[in-house]
Design a protein around this ligand. Structure first.
Ligand SMILES: [Zn+2]
Length: 218
């Protein structure tokens, strides 16, 4: 039986938590049939780090690759969902214990944020689980191409941008704001398509995964 694709991106709606200094998200009907216009046309306003999105190296490294310069390859292909349990600080010890395989190209961290459905409810929670500098350095050494996490930032709220920089300096794409609550740990296929915003340091994305069948599943 073929596994189903699951959406790991979150709806861009009013219940979405947004970063404290972010303008948030707003939509309004710019044209409305009900009000006599010929069509319904919605205007969307938000910054590009709202909801599920990808950070390109330019986010914290001046002059580095922008979102369209990353191409599509980091975003499509085999990935692994890693369950980090109740850990709030995801360091190399947590990653090793969770079993990140040496050959992993794309690592999606299913933390306690997913169990808490943190991406589905405002307000912003400063105590979200995130990667430490040690954890980011360890992943960078593994030569992964993409790291995903289930809250709005890969690094802790009060941490320096060094966690981002360690990954972005190596050209590793960071997928933030996913939800892995209904996704089993283990190998999967990932399709993630950040919007093509030439010159931007990040872009909103739709991301889906399909559990990869192992011999024992058949
Ligand atoms: Zn971001």
């Amino acid at each position: 039986m073929t596994a189903h694709w699951r959406d790991i991106s979150v709806p861009l709606g009013a219940s979405l938590p947004t970063w404290p200094d972010s303008p948030g998200i707003s939509t309004r009907l710019r044209l409305s049939i009900e009000k006599g216009d010929v069509a319904n046309v919605t205007q969307l306003e938000m910054d590009v780090h709202t909801g599920t999105h990808v950070d390109a190296p330019r986010h914290f490294v001046e002059g580095a690759a922008t979102i369209e310069e990353l191409g599509l390859d980091p975003f499509i292909g085999p990935a692994i969902v890693i369950d980090t349990g109740d850990a709030g600080e995801i360091d190399s010890g947590v990653l090793r214990a969770a079993g990140v395989p040496a050959e992993a190209d794309r690592v999606l961290l299913r933390t306690r944020n997913s169990s808490a459905k943190s991406m589905y409810s405002a307000p912003f929670d400063e105590t979200y689980a995130a990667l430490t500098l040690d954890g980011a350095s360890w992943l960078a050494e593994q030569n992964v191409r993409l790291v995903g996490i289930d809250y709005l930032s890969i690094q802790r709220y009060d941490e320096s941008p060094e966690v981002h920089r360690v990954l972005l300096n190596k050209g590793i794409a960071i997928l933030e704001g996913i939800s892995l609550r209904d996704v089993p740990a283990g190998p999967c296929d990932l399709i993630c398509l950040p919007l093509n915003l030439p010159g931007a340091e990040a872009a909103p994305a739709r991301a889906i995964v399909r559990h990869r069948q192992t011999e024992s599943d058949r």
